[in-house]
Design a protein around this ligand. Sequence first.
Ligand code: ATP
Ligand code: MG
Length: 561
Amino acid sequence: MEEVGTGLLDRLDAMQRVAASAPGGPLLIVAGPGTGKTRTLTHRIAYLCAELNVFPEHCLAITFTRRAAEELRHRLDSLLGPVAEDVTVGTFHALGLTILRENADAAGLPADFRIADDAERAAARSEAGDDQTGYIALLRKQDLVDLDELVSLPVELLQADRELVGRYRDRWRWIFVDEYQDVDAVQYELLRLLSPADGNLCAIGDPDQAIYSFRGADVGYFLRFSEDFADARLVRLNRNYRSSAPILAAAVQAIAPSSLVRGRRLDPARLDPEAPLVGRYPAASVAEEADFVVRTVDELVGGLSHRSLDSGRIDGRSTSLSFSDIAVLYRTDAQAAPIVDALARANIPVQKRSHDRLRDRPGVAAIARELRHANGLAGSLAARVRLAGQVVAERFAVPTLDGTVAGRPEDVRSAVELLTPLARRCGDDLETFLSQLATGAEVDALDPRAEAVTLLTLHAAKGLEFPVVFLVGAEDGLLPLRWPGSTPDEDAVAEERRLFFVGLTRAQDRLYVSHAARRTRHGVERDSDPSPFLGVIDPGLFERFGETEPRRPRDRQLRLI
Ligand code: ATP
Ligand code: MG
């Protein structure tokens, strides 16, 4: 446990300290990438509890992904020690589930209601057709709720019962929301109900990293925070601790035409005069782009023939990098295959982040059902998962009377590698395990310590940082993404630019941006131009690699720069 006391805020810079120690009332922290948002948020909670005698059980910290919630929990544990357990930390879905469990009766649900799995949703959908209320009724008959209802049902409950609102406001007097720019209408409504307009709501985020409008998120809630919450205090964090000065300068120039933050500033805390420029590689083809990645990874990590030495040489300097320091980011999943193949051919280990939900994997729903029905199984939860898997696999191995099989035993076995880590994380608590599964635990084999190059979409890279980043496919049509022949509207292009900004700002020490002059998309190979987003970056920030002369960006329809 870190020392709590007067020294608690010593590890923050002046503005982070202002944010962490601000008095109660609505507080908006507008903070760019790499400015230490999570650090500030956790220190604020720790400071309030340790210095201002706020009870940890009065604190509610909300994030958008399970991974972010785990990270928050971990950092709070190390700052506050065991009392951190009393802080409620979770995603919006987990918060909604808690409220529903505590008020199942009032919501017209049985105490043991469950969240429908994909098979159950699909069955109800096909039976109900277009009839949404019909769909919900079918779920209810089986004591099921839809995942989307985890936030909307608590909102309905609270809207109808002011006394209940009062009870929750009394319980969670201090609310903290990370990545507030990603809030959608229903989540916002839940927050409004839980926090009075002059409440202790601390929202933190970066409008320039709002990249989820396709999922209903609305950055407008962030931008109107001061109107919605009375006398809101605003703190800006401008100091970036993550990226070298050239990387940061390129990123700041890239976002400028679409920035939603008035007077956006990001000052580099890192001022190494030796910092390399941003590498730019104009490739003739996708294969050549992949070769460039392989070659550079190889040079950085130390050459294929002497890989066991974990330091490479670039520009005559030792790099001491390992594969786990390197990430390759791309706009669409389809771009991963040629890079994965080329890295694999060179015997470079890779790990690719999956967006898939665990519950959608074949075999998972069957194992979950077996676990629920076979309460009597003995042993740890991980052991029970294995046993349930065996039972299901054996059942699948036997054809039914009409000769069909219910599923493939090998799918069930692979569903058991995937479920075991979650089972371990949940201790022996079956309910926690099943609700984590239902609310969206990811397959996510991504292990930050794995000795492998990480491949990620730009969306999945949000919040992460790597010493070396390759941003591949920086081409018109991929960044911004559009269907051949179509013209994206201005809002869509702005969101794509924010996504590009998110990608650039993942890099700590080295950033390489590449584009191919020919690429196959939607089954047709065609010429492609470099992304117009590159055109606003000072060419002096780039170091050019490769021979191919790139063509000038043609941002005809876009006219953004
Ligand atoms: P993003 O918007 O990309 O999610 P963020 O604002 O959440 O970024 P963090 O990931 O919390 O930023 O911090 C970026 C890096 O800067 C981390 O490595 C963190 O440890 C470091 N950092 C943050 N604040 C400080 C500080 N005051 N002194 C030293 N390092 C810091
Ligand atoms: Mg962050």
